[in-house]
Design a protein. Sequence first.
Length: 313
Amino acid sequence: MKLSKPLFFSVIFLLTIGNPAGVHASDAGYNDRKKNGINGFRPTKLFVFGDSYSDTGNYRKLESFSWKQPYGITLPGKPFGRFSDGRVITDYIAEFLGVKSPTPFRWMNHAQHRLQYGMNFAFGGTGVFDTFIPGLNMTTQIEYLQKLIDDSVYTNTDLQSSMAFLTVCGNDYMAYLSLGGTKEGLPAYTRKVINQVAEDMKHLHNMGVKKVSVSSMQPLGCLPRATVHSSHRQCNESLNAEGSRRFETPLKPCCVGVSKEYDCSSVDKKGVKMYTMCSDPNAAFFWDSAHPTQAGWSAVYDALKATLHEHLF
Ligand SMILES: *[C@@H]1O[C@H](CO)[C@@H](O)[C@H](O)[C@H]1NC(C)=O
Ligand SMILES: *[C@@H]1O[C@H](CO)[C@@H](O)[C@H](O)[C@H]1NC(C)=O
């Protein structure tokens, strides 16, 4: 594995609100930590909202390719509902907090013993607004948490020792563009998305969640599906400009369809694999055309770790 410089250290930078006054820039956590002193806040539960970057298995097995081979091949060795070959950022954030990765809410009835660590409401493909898939938008995901509070699964006291983590990886923009949205309209739409993210964060905070963090957008122009024309050598600068040195071929996904009609996990009518996989997913940043590998998430986490406590505690 070739690891040297941090890659995509901006993939996720955290915006945190930890103060009733509203949404703060990234130094809010630092100020809170100062305020709280050395025995600052330590969340004991993690509530997760968002999309495929944080989903740890909210789809049913037949609904999503995250449950198909070769997803999960690195860990645990078979598909387990994550959009990667192994762990995703949720798992790393949970590890950082010292809690088990929270159960997907879809499986909560089978995971009573895990409820104490919080819950994951994230659905791949979703956005703050409705997107191209029937999954729950973020507002609805948050309402599901409210429902669990109404049902006394969690108490308001629980929320005070909780952290919320949100991922908004860009499905809203894909939906906007696929519905014929124009480039000119994009800045206004972007503001709408950001305002809605802020609303969602405030909503959670008003419910009593002590800390609310959101990941920033990843560089869309560096996603494998945007770099296919350069054989994954260059980011599409018109979509954005961001690069990295950490992996040898950081833009090249590990698992790809054999041709344009196919994707990672595709099989033909006879069940024959219509995808190829790199020999070592640990050496790849991207797993498929949109999602990092476990090694990729681990690199993001490594880059974040040094400052995470400033954002979270
Ligand atoms: C989220 O989904 C619900 C239920 O489908 C819908 O009523 C609501 O308008 C959506 N909210 C947003 C912000 O798109
Ligand atoms: C970059 O993205 C834009 C917008 O999607 C597209 O029109 C353009 O063809 C892309 N350029 C390359 C080199 O892929």
